[in-house]
Design a protein around this ligand. Structure first.
Ligand code: NI
Length: 227
């Protein structure tokens, strides 16, 4: 499932983050990729050693955690600290699949990457190219969203970022371990939750709705992993 999550950050917040990010420091992105991915990765990454990194990263994570669509679709149990990348001057990231697990730099623990998120911090008009292309069983999907919007997609999918031939594409990227490891189960829960929300808006808290909401939670209890 590819899910567009609109308005994670408003335009003022995007501008604030960009002022800090644009001042750098940026380092070579290939340093943070596995060996296969490093060969095809041509971008810059905002230095995680920068004194501003933690505040920037927490701002993105907090905004996602407040977003009901993200929470319902991802059912996050762990969110790795968001990082930031920059593509310009022909920069691109060829076909790859993200590492199955990543070390959480805050405590050294391993986090399984069930879902990937890209949050766009450049407006689409500010650059040419730079589409995120995600392959799934229905084919290749090109994603290029307004600044402040995010895309959520399975970390298991083959994806790439097309070459940026004008301007700069700045984005935040991160991985999520979900309470529900199985993508099909997670997707069933998401659809059920969305329909329950619509029914509640139309009919209020009818007894049937209370019962179905209970079913949602009982399925979540059944399918979620112990942490
Ligand atoms: Ni990737």
């Amino acid at each position: 499932m590819l899910l567009h999550i609109p308005d994670v950050l408003d335009k003022n917040r995007v501008a604030e983050l960009r002022r800090t990010l644009d001042a750098g420091p940026w380092v070579e992105g290939a340093a943070s990729a596995g060996p296969q991915a490093a060969e095809v990765k041509r971008n810059l990454q905002y230095s995680t050693a920068s004194p501003q990194f933690t505040a920037l990263s927490q701002a993105v994570a907090a905004a996602l955690e407040r977003h009901p669509l993200f929470v319902s679709a991802a059912l996050p149990s762990r969110i790795l600290p968001p990082m930031f990348n920059r593509y310009e001057n022909g920069g691109s990231y060829g076909d790859h699949i993200d590492n199955a697990s990543q070390i959480d730099r805050r405590d050294g623990s391993r986090v399984r990457t069930d879902l990937s998120v890209t949050l766009f911090l450049s407006e689409p008009d500010d650059y040419d190219g730079g589409e995120l292309v995600v392959e799934d069983s229905y084919g290749a999907h090109e994603v290029k969203l307004p600044a402040g919007d995010a895309i959520l997609y399975p970390a298991s999918s083959l994806h790439r970022v097309e070459s940026v031939t004008r301007g700069a594409r700045v984005a935040s990227f991160l991985w999520v371990q979900s309470l529900v490891r199985d993508a099909a189960e997670r997707s069933l829960l998401f659809e059920l939750d969305m329909n329950l929300l619509r029914l509640r808006a139309q009919h209020g808290n009818a007894p049937e709705l209370v019962a179905l909401t209970g079913h949602y939670h009982n399925l979540l209890r059944r399918w979620s992993e112990a942490s």
